[in-house]
Design a protein around this ligand. Structure first.
Ligand SMILES: [Zn+2]
Length: 112
C-alpha cells in the first residue's frame, strides 16, 4: 500500500539519527557520538505542544504497525469450489475481498 510505504519512509528518514527528545522548549535529536551535540527538530513556544511533537515518531510507528497488522489479518483468500469468489481471510462471514475493514482503511489512507 503506497500511502503506508510513504509514511514508513518519512518516519525512517526523520528518525535515522536517533529518537526525538524534549530539551526545554526544543524537540531535539542527540548525536550518539557527539558528547551532547544535538540537532533541533522543532522549537516550541508552548509546552503543551512539545510532547505531541516529541512523541510523533513513536506514535506514528505504533499506528503504522496497528494498520499493517489489521491489513495482514484481512488479506485475500483464493476462491474455492464452495466460495467461488475472493474472500477475506479475517472476516468469518465469507464476505468478498476487499471487506469493509480494508475499504475503510484504504479510503482513510487515500484521504491523507
Ligand atoms: Zn475482512
Amino acid at each position: 500500500m503506497s500511502a503506508l510505504d510513504d509514511m514508513r519512509e518519512r518516519l525512517a528518514a526523520a528518525t535515522e539519527l536517533g529518537e526525538w527528545e524534549v530539551r526545554g522548549k526544543d524537540v531535539v535529536i542527540y548525536d550518539p557520538n557527539g558528547f551532547g551535540a544535538h540537532r533541533v527538530v522543532a522549537r516550541v513556544d508552548h509546552a503543551e505542544y512539545t510532547a505531541p511533537i516529541a512523541n510523533a515518531p513513536t506514535d506514528m510507528g505504533k499506528l503504522l504497525a496497528a494498520v499493517e497488522g489489521v491489513l495482514a489479518l484481512h488479506s485475500p483468500n483464493d476462491p474455492t469450489p464452495s466460495q467461488p469468489w475472493v474472500t477475506c481471510s479475517g472476516c468469518t462471514n465469507g464476505c468478498s475481498y476487499p471487506c469493509p475493514t480494508v475499504v475503510a482503511l484504504t479510503e482513510a489512507l487515500e484521504e491523507l
